[in-house]
Design a binder for this molecule. Structure first.
Ligand code: SF4
Ligand code: SF4
Ligand code: SF4
Length: 269
């Protein structure tokens, strides 16, 4: 990183609710302190200026339509470091739920049976891909800040590491490890289905520590043991169908890409 010179940083968004950018702004004074070291040159939620001159790009959102491709490629070209910001960008998140269905069924469910609404010339600018994709399906991503929404302290940690020229630490252990280290009673023992078994930690087991099941908002660990999770769900007499639906909430991109399912065809009703 350049010494004694502010590092130019840009924020961009694709298909998203913009909640992860909001989390950055929610840092308030800590964000203002950061401005002693960085210069923000693009940030639609905060400033109206725009520039193509930046070193680090934080990109929120999924790739969902043809016009997204040249735009994300241009950002990649301009940035030395590209960071995927939040679950929509890191692994598709709720945008990818549509990947589980045929696109025409999704359109019909959204717009009704009026084909003109999605097959006409006027509708072309709103054309979408069949699959919502994370950024790394299209361009190289250097770092990932996970979660829906991100933890803004984690964002700070990543920025500080990058400014020092260090690699931010990224965990690949499951939420269970952090949950058990905190001495929580496992929610499976209370008859609930928790996805912490196969979900990437780094959130300090935030949900199970507060009595809620993990929904896998930080994506799966690199080698999720789906078979073991399936065995546990069966042993506890819980519903595989319900667990499968829960997996689809944040992780449909991963499920379709790697053909992951809890229910074999022969088990489907
Ligand atoms: S990850 Fe969640 S909070 Fe962040 S932009 Fe996507 S939907 Fe919104
Ligand atoms: S509650 Fe969830 S995260 Fe915690 S130990 Fe049980 S399965 Fe793992
Ligand atoms: S416990 Fe699961 S759902 Fe909750 S924040 Fe962590 S990864 Fe996300």
């Amino acid at each position: 990183m350049p010494e004694n010179k502010k590092v130019k940083v840009a924020f961009f968004d694709f298909a998203s609710c913009e909640g992860c950018q909001l989390q950055v702004l929610n840092l308030e004074n800590e964000f203002l302190n950061l401005l002693e070291h960085i210069e923000i040159v693009n940030f639609r939620e905060a400033i109206s200026e725009k520039s193509d001159d930046y070193l680090i790009a934080f990109v929120e959102g999924s790739i969902t339509k043809p016009s997204d491709i040249p735009r994300i490629k241009k950002i990649r070209e301009n940035a030395k470091i590209l960071v995927a910001l939040g679950a929509c960008a890191t692994h598709g998140c709720v945008n990818s739920m549509k990947n589980m269905f045929k696109i025409n069924d999704v359109k019909k469910a959204t717009y009704g049976d009026d084909d003109k609404l999605f097959d006409s010339e006027e509708a072309k600018p709103f054309e979408t891909f069949e699959q919502a994709m994370p950024l790394d399906a299209v361009v190289k991503v250097d770092y990932y800040i996970r979660g829906c929404p991100i933890n803004n302290k984690e964002f700070l940690m990543v920025v500080k590491a990058l400014l020092k020229g260090k690699m931010p630490e990224i965990t690949d252990s499951a939420v269970c490890l952090e949950c058990q280290a905190k001495g929580n009673i496992c929610l499976y023992d209370k008859g609930e289905i928790c996805l912490g078994l196969i979900s990437r930690g780094g959130c300090d087991a935030w949900c199970p520590s507060n009595g809620f099941v993990c929904e896998g908002c930080r994506g799966f660990i690199d080698k999720p043991n789906i078979e073991r999770m399936k065995e546990i769900i069966i042993e506890k007499g819980l519903s595989l169908e319900y667990a499968e639906k829960r997996l689809q909430l944040f992780n449909s991109w991963e499920l379709t890409k790697n053909k992951i399912t809890l229910i074999d065809d022969k088990e489907k009703k």
